[in-house]
Design a protein around this ligand. Structure first.
Ligand SMILES: O=C(O)[C@@H](CO)OP(=O)(O)O
Length: 215
């Protein structure tokens, strides 16, 4: 059975300011760096053999801290990036007008192929996230990879493994530096293929970030 750990990056400046990042980027806050150190301490106990990260700065920084603790290198995979949120990237959630708020909400209200203008659909993101996860099946036997990615991207991956539609991702609260785990198994009793072992665990953090949408 292959076990794959999924970690969201540490808190960033824009998470703290409620600004939309998507495939734009902002630096980890001090708190975000501390979260990354705490998730790294936990990762050290898990026998991680590979750290694979989205190529955006906030995930790379988090992944480097984890990889150093685990004594492995970081491999970058752009398929693990956050949803491309088009014209809304860099905007503050509190300053969107009604039309812009409608674009944002259609992503989480049941339109799998809806997209923000110039952005990506949840379905497109789901396909690239599954491709990145399935690539772990080609690692040598005995590998235990840890993927560092983003809130919506990981939420979409876990939701679709559970059989929920890609747009259901906001039903899962994956806070900064939370750990989820999915296993690939063949079982006569349980589902064969990917199953969700745990989602959104933050028990290793002393000061969990608020979900940016909850502030
Ligand atoms: O892009 C963003 O602003 C948020 C959305 O949830 O994602 P993350 O902080 O995980 O990259």
């Amino acid at each position: 059975m292959l076990q794959v750990y999924l970690v969201r990056h540490g808190e960033t400046q824009w998470n703290a300011e409620r600004r939309i990042q998507g495939q734009s980027d902002s630096a980890l806050t001090e708190k975000g760096e501390r979260q990354a150190e705490q998730v790294a301490e936990r990762a050290k106990t898990l026998g991680i053999t590979h750290v694979i990260s989205s190529d955006l700065g906030r995930t790379r920084h988090t992944a480097e801290i984890i990889a150093l603790a685990c004594g492995v290198d970081v491999t970058l995979d752009s398929r693990l990036r956050e949803l491309d949120m088009g014209v809304l990237e860099r905007r503050n959630l509190d300053t969107l007008n009604e039309e812009e708020e409608g674009w944002r909400r259609q992503l989480v209200n049941g339109t799998t192929d809806g997209r923000i203008p110039d952005g990506e659909s949840m379905l497109e993101m789901s396909e690239r996230m599954h491709a990145a996860l399935n690539a772990c099946l080609d690692l040598p036997s005995g590998s235990r990879p840890l993927l560092v990615s983003h809130g919506m991207a990981l939420g979409c991956l876990v939701s679709t493994i559970l059989g929920l539609p890609a747009w259901a991702e906001r039903r899962l609260r994956l806070r900064n530096c939370s750990i989820s785990r999915v296993d690939h198994q063949h079982s006569p009793w349980l589902a064969s293929g990917w199953v969700v072992e745990t989602a959104g665990d933050i028990s290793h953090l002393d000061a969990p970030a608020l979900d940016e949408l909850q502030r």
